[in-house]
Design a protein around this ligand. Structure first.
Ligand SMILES: [Zn+2]
Length: 440
C-alpha cells in the first residue's frame, strides 16, 4: 500500500497512466486553443505548419506542432509571448542569460498558486514536511529559484528563511541559530557553505539539516555522494527552468533517488533527437521538450529546453506514478567538442570527484594552440594533500587524473592542479567553462 502521507497530492501524483493521459489531453487542447487565440506567435506557428487547434485530438497529435526555442523568447521580448496583458500578471520573472536580452516570463495569480503547489509536492518528495524550518539559499530576484522555492515552502506549511545567495558567514550563522531541517541552494554554492563551516572550525555534519534540494545547474551522482557525506543529509535533485515555470517541474523522491518525477498534470514532456526533431521512445537520451498544460500567462508549446535527459514511465517504489526524467546530463550549449569527441562538463566532474586528493571545485578551460583546440581541467588539491604530498606525488596525481579522463571521456584533456583555495568559488550558478579560444 502507498503511504499517502508521504505524498502531498496523492490524487495527481498516483493517478493511473490512462487517467493522467486523459487529463493531459483535455488540458493540452485548452492550452492550444488559448495560445492560438491570444498569442500571435503561436497562431503563426500553427498556420505556417498548416495545423489547426482542432487537429489536436490525441497527445501524439502534438507532434504536428513546430517547436519553440529560447531564441523565440528573445525575439518576442518582453511581453509578446504572454497570453494575458502584462498588467494582468501577478508577477514577472526572467533569466539573465549570457547572450543578448534576458528572457521574460509572466505568471497570473492562478499560475503562482499552481507553482506553489508543485513546489510543496517537491519538498515533500524530498523528505520535507509541514513544520520544517527551511533555509532557502537560492537567489531571490528575477531568477525563479528563490521565490519559486519560497512560495512552495509556505504552501506546505513550513517556515521559509529567505536568506538568498551570498554572504556565506551569515548563512552559516543562520543555519546554526535557526536549526533548519531543509536546505535549498545550487550544489556548487553548497560546497562553498561547507568550506566556510570548516574554516570556522565547525563540523558540517553537526548541523540540523536533514535534506537538501539542489538544482539550477547540472550535477552528478559523485557530487551527490560528496554533499551527502559532507553534510550527513539526503541530497535531492530538483529541476525546472523559468521558461517552463521555475523549480519544481520535476523532483527526485527521497525513497528512490532514481530519476525526477515530473508534475505531469501541469507539464507534458517529450524527448527528441536534437538534430532531427524526431520524438524518441522511453529510455532513449535526447533533448527534453515541455508543453505547459495549465499556465495562463505564459503557455509554452513544445519548448526545447536544451537539456539532455531520458524518460522512464516505470512505477516508482515511492508510490508515485508520474513519469521520471533522468538527471540532466548537461545542456546542449555546454557540450564541448574536443578533437571531435562530445564531452559534457558533468562527465569531467564525475572523474574529478573520484579523487580524494582533490577539492570538489573545478573549471574547464578551452584554448587554441595553432589549429588545435586543447582542453585544460583546472582542479584544486585539498589542504590535507598539500601538506603531505611531495612534488613526485603531485606528478603522479596528474598522470592518474589524465589516464582516468582518457578512459572516461575517450579524449585527452590536460589536468592542472592548483593550490588549495585558489579557484573561483560559486555564489550561485557555477561557471564551469572558460572559453579562451578566441583570445590572443
Ligand atoms: Zn519515486
Amino acid at each position: 500500500m502507498v503511504k499517502v502521507s508521504n505524498i502531498f497530492n496523492p490524487e495527481m501524483e498516483t493517478m493511473s497512466r490512462k487517467d493522467m493521459e486523459a487529463l493531459q489531453l483535455e488540458r493540452l487542447k485548452e492550452t492550444i486553443r488559448r495560445s492560438y487565440e491570444n498569442v500571435p506567435f503561436h497562431k503563426e506557428n500553427f498556420d505556417k505548419a498548416g495545423v489547426r487547434p482542432e487537429d489536436i485530438q490525441s497527445l501524439e497529435d502534438l507532434q504536428k506542432v513546430p517547436f519553440m526555442k529560447k531564441t523565440d523568447l528573445r525575439e518576442n521580448y518582453p511581453f509578446k509571448l504572454f497570453a494575458v496583458p502584462p498588467n494582468k500578471c501577478a508577477r514577472i520573472h526572467g533569466s539573465s542569460g549570457t547572450k543578448g536580452k534576458p528572457t521574460i516570463v509572466g505568471y497570473t495569480h492562478k499560475d503562482i498558486e499552481n507553482w506553489a503547489e508543485i513546489v510543496a509536492r517537491a519538498i515533500v518528495a524530498a523528505g520535507g514536511r509541514p513544520g520544517d524550518i527551511f533555509h532557502n539559499a537560492y537567489g531571490y530576484g528575477l531568477f525563479t529559484g528563490g521565490l519559486g522555492l519560497h512560495y512552495g515552502i509556505e504552501r506546505l506549511g513550513a517556515t521559509a528563511v529567505p536568506v538568498s545567495g551570498g554572504n556565506t558567514p551569515r548563512q552559516i550563522t543562520l543555519i546554526q541559530d535557526f536549526q533548519p531541517r531543509g536546505l535549498s541552494a545550487t550544489p556548487s554554492y553548497t560546497l562553498n557553505i561547507i568550506e566556510g563551516m570548516k574554516k570556522m572550525g565547525l563540523n558540517p555534519r553537526d548541523t540540523s539539516i536533514e535534506y537538501g534540494i539542489f538544482g539550477a545547474e547540472p550535477w552528478t551522482e559523485e557530487m551527490r555522494e560528496q554533499l551527502e557525506e559532507e553534510l550527513g543529509i539526503k541530497a535531492i535533485d530538483i529541476y525546472g527552468l523559468s521558461e517552463v515555470m521555475g523549480p519544481g517541474v520535476s523532483i527526485e523522491c527521497h525513497e528512490a533517488q532514481d530519476g525526477l518525477h515530473i508534475a505531469e498534470d501541469h507539464f507534458l514532456a517529450e524527448i527528441i533527437n536534437p538534430e532531427t526533431g524526431e520524438v524518441l521512445p522511453y529510455g532513449e537520451e535526447g533533448e527534453l521538450v515541455f508543453t505547459s498544460l495549465t499556465k495562463e500567462a505564459f503557455p509554452v508549446i513544445r519548448y526545447r529546453t536544451g537539456d539532455i535527459a531520458s524518460l522512464n514511465p516505470e512505477k516508482c517504489k515511492c508510490g508515485r506514478t508520474t513519469i521520471r526524467m533522468s538527471r540532466i546530463k548537461g545542456r546542449i550549449d555546454d557540450m564541448l567538442i574536443i578533437r571531435g569527441v562530445n564531452v559534457f562538463p558533468t562527465e569531467i566532474e564525475a572523474v574529478l570527484l573520484g579523487f580524494s586528493e582533490l577539492a570538489p571545485h573545478y573549471q574547464v578551460v578551452l584554448k587554441r594552440e595553432g589549429v588545435l583546440d586543447t582542453c585544460e581541467v583546472q582542479c584544486e588539491i585539498t589542504p590535507e594533500y598539500q601538506q603531505n604530498a611531495s612534488a613526485d606525488d603531485k606528478e603522479r596525481l596528474i598522470r592518474e587524473i589524465s589516464a582516468n579522463m582518457k578512459d572516461a571521456l575517450g579524449v585527452t584533456v590536460v589536468p592542472c592542479i592548483n593550490e588549495p583555495n585558489t579557484l573561483p568559488r560559486s555564489e550561485g550558478k557555477a561557471i564551469r567553462i572558460v572559453d579562451k579560444r578566441n583570445q590572443y
